[in-house]
Design a protein around this ligand. Sequence first.
Ligand code: FMN
Length: 200
Amino acid sequence: MYKIFFSLLFKRMDPEQAHHLAFRWIRLAARVPVLRTFLAAALAPRHKELRTEALGLRMHGPFGLAAGFDKNAVGIDGMAMLGFDHVEIGTVTGEPQPGNPKQRLFRLVKDRALINRMGFNNDGSLRVAARLASRTPVFKTVVGVNIGKTKLVPEEEAVADYVKSAERLAPYADYLVVNVSSRTRPGCATSRPRRRCAPC
Ligand SMILES: Cc1cc2nc3c(=O)[nH]c(=O)nc-3n(C[C@H](O)[C@H](O)[C@H](O)COP(=O)(O)O)c2cc1C
């Protein structure tokens, strides 16, 4: 099934568009009670043996979703429905930012891999915090929040930018990740796949 979908639809579609389309379907399915109950039971059966404890947090199992898929905390229940035992949202920056110009996501079909040059596109800490605050969770899942530096904030103000995000988002996070990657510095990230970034 996945192979058919992949070759007919996703392989031909721009990878970022494919991401948004697939994520929209997942979120829609998670809104329909019968469907989400069925999908969660079929895709994410819970086994006691898989129960995991890490960082003092108890989880149904060891599988988590890394940051980057749900950057804005719009589909946590959808991902939990698919079987992720923790969902890390973000990277969220202090201020909203559009990320790098498109195209910024590239398929390496032979390697079954992607090159990601998104540039931390996200809604910003204020909106994401509001979204998390108003969330009524359907599935009990651990939620991590990954924070990063706003591209336009100068290096000297980076700490204040992180602190702002942490203060806004930590109240809703089971754990917080401080992303110190600096590839979103102006002039550093590039949207072209073969051009190299200067070391930063
Ligand atoms: C399209 C895309 C966007 C990503 N965005 C982020 C991000 O915003 N923040 C982050 O910390 N990691 C981001 N990542 C990295 C992932 O969190 C993860 O570390 C990476 O995909 C490697 O995963 P793997 O170890 O399962 O192969 C992104 C990855 C991809 C493919």
